[in-house]
Write a protein that binds this ligand. Structure first.
Ligand code: GTP
Length: 375
C-alpha cells in the first residue's frame, strides 16, 4: 500500500528547534519522529511512501535516502513554494496510482490501527475517510460531526462553545481515492481542511469519519514536544526505547558513564556516550541525546536535552528543552517549557523560564537573564 507523508511545513510554533531541523525530523526519545511514523506505516503493510518536502528538504534525503535502511520505498518530492496540505498531494498526483492512498500529516505521534482505518474505508465504499480523535477543548480545532452511519455531516471550523456538537476533530490521517485530486488546481496553495473537504461534501461525495480512541498527539508546540516524551516514557503509547534497560525504565545507549554518586530516576532515556558526573541527578521523565554531558551537581527533570549539549555544574533544568551542541555554564536554570535552540552558549547564572525561546547560536554572558516575579 502507498502513503503520502506531508513534511513540508515550517514548524513555526516549534521554533527555535525547527530553525535548524524540520519538525518531523526532531528526535522523539532519540529517534526522528518521521522514522517512528514510517515504521508505524510499515507495520501495517505500507511499502511505499511519497515524502512531500518543502522546508529544509536535504535533511530528509540525507537521513533516509531511498528508505532501504527502513525497508520501505521512499520517493522525495520537494515543492518550491508551500502548496498547503492538499496542494502538496496534488503535486505528487502522478505517483499515486488508482487505489486509495493514505495521507498523513507528518507531525503526529499515534498508534492508530491503519488496517482498521483502511477496512472501514473499503466497507463504507467511501471516497474520503478522515480519522477523528476526541479532544477535551474542541474550540481550537475543526470539528467533524457525523451521521449515525459514520457519514460526515459537516465541518465546523474553530467553533464557539454553543456550536460544539461533538468532541471529534480531524486527526490528520486520511484514506483518499486519488480520483478527487482531478478537481484540485495544480501548482496552487490548497487546503484539505478549508477547501477540498468542504467542497466534496457539498458535491455529495461519500465522506466518512473514522473515530478512534488511539493515542494521538500533534507535535505542534514545545509543550507537546515534551508531552510526547513523557507519554512514551510513561508507556501511554508503545514506542520501543533504544539502549539497554539497566534498571526498570532506565534505558542507556552504548558507552554511557554515570558516576556512582549520581542519581538516575526512572523513567529515563540516555543516548550513546552520555556522561553524568558526581552528585548530578537526572530524571524522572528525562531524555538525553547522544554525547550529552551533565556536570557535577546538575539536576535535570522532565526535560529533553538534545545531542552533544553540555549541562554545567549545579544547573537546574526542569520541564525544558535544550538544543544540540548548546553549552550551559554553572548554575544556569532552565524551566517552565523554556526552549534553548542549537549551538547556544549561556554562561553561568542565567535563568530561562516562562516559555522563553532563545534562538540558535546566541551567546549570553554571565548573569544577563533573570526573571523576577511580580505579585
Ligand atoms: P506551524 O508552522 O507551527 O503551524 O507548523 P507546520 O506548518 O509545519 O505544520 P502544520 O501543523 O500546519 O501542518 C501539518 C503537517 O503538514 C506538517 O507535517 C507539515 O510539515 C505539513 N505541511 C503543512 N503545510 C505544508 C505544505 O505547504 N506543503 C507540504 N508538503 N507539507 C505541509
Amino acid at each position: 500500500m502507498r502513503a503520502v507523508m506531508l513534511v513540508g511545513g515550517f514548524g513555526t510554533r516549534l521554533r527555535p528547534l525547527t530553525i535548524t531541523t524540520p519538525k518531523p525530523m526532531l528526535p522523539i526519545v532519540n529517534v526522528p519522529l518521521l522514522e517512528l511514523e514510517l515504521l508505524h506505516l510499515k507495520d501495517y503493510g505500507v511499502d511505499e511512501v511519497i515524502l512531500s518536502t518543502g522546508y529544509l528538504p536535504d535533511v530528509f534525503d540525507e537521513y533516509f535516502g531511498d528508505g532501504s535502511r527502513l525497508g520501505i520505498r521512499l520517493i522525495h518530492i520537494t515543492e518550491q513554494e508551500p502548496l498547503g496540505t492538499c496542494g502538496a498531494v496534488k503535486n505528487v498526483e502522478k505517483f499515486l496510482g488508482d487505489d486509495p492512498v493514505i495521507v498523513c500529516n507528518g507531525d503526529i505521534l499515534t498508534d492508530l490501527d491503519i488496517s482498521a482505518l483502511v477496512s472501514y474505508h473499503n466497507e463504507k465504499k467511501a471516497t474520503v475517510t478522515i480519522t477523528l480523535t476526541p479532544v477535551e477543548d474542541p474550540t481550537a480545532y475543526g470539528l467533524v460531526p457525523l451521521e449515525p452511519d459514520g457519514r460526515i455531516k459537516e465541518f465546523v471550523e474553530k467553533p464557539s462553545w454553543d456550536q460544539v456538537v461533538t468532541n471529534l476533530i480531524n486527526a490528520g490521517t486520511y484514506v483518499i481515492d486519488p480520483e478527487v485530486f482531478k478537481q484540485v488546481p495544480p501548482g496552487q496553495n490548497y487546503s484539505f481542511e478549508r477547501e477540498l473537504f468542504p467542497r466534496l461534501l457539498k458535491q455529495g461525495v461519500p465522506m466518512y469519519g473514522f473515530p478512534s480512541d488511539c493515542y494521538w498527539l500533534d507535535l505542534g508546540t514545545p509543550a507537546k514536544y515534551l508531552k510526547a516524551h513523557h507519554d512514551i516514557m510513561e508507556r501511554k503509547i508503545e514506542i520501543p526505547l533504544r539502549g539497554n534497560e539497566i534498571s526498570e525504565m532506565v534505558f542507556c545507549g552504548e558507552g554511557v558513564k554515570i558516576d556512582k554518586t549520581a542519581r538516575i530516576n526512572p523513567p529515563c532515556v540516555l543516548g550513546d556516550r552520555v556522561r553524568i558526573a558526581s552528585h548530578a541527578s537526572v530524571g524522572s521523565l528525562c531524555c538525553l541525546g547522544n554525547d550529552v554531558v551533565v556536570e557535577e551537581g546538575a539536576n535535570i527533570e522532565g526535560s529533553v536535552i538534545l545531542d552533544r549539549a553540555k549541562i554545567g555544574k549545579d544547573c537546574i533544568i526542569e520541564s525544558a528543552i535544550v538544543g544540540k551542541n548548546t553549552v550551559l555554564g554553572p548554575r544556569v536554570h532552565v524551566a517552565e517549557v523554556a526552549v534553548l535552540g542549537d549551538n547556544i552558549v549561556a554562561e553561568e547564572d542565567n535563568e530561562f523560564r516562562h516559555g522563553i525561546r532563545v534562538w540558535p547560536s546566541t551567546r549570553i554572558e554571565a548573569g544577563k537573564i533573570r526573571f523576577y516575579r511580580t505579585g
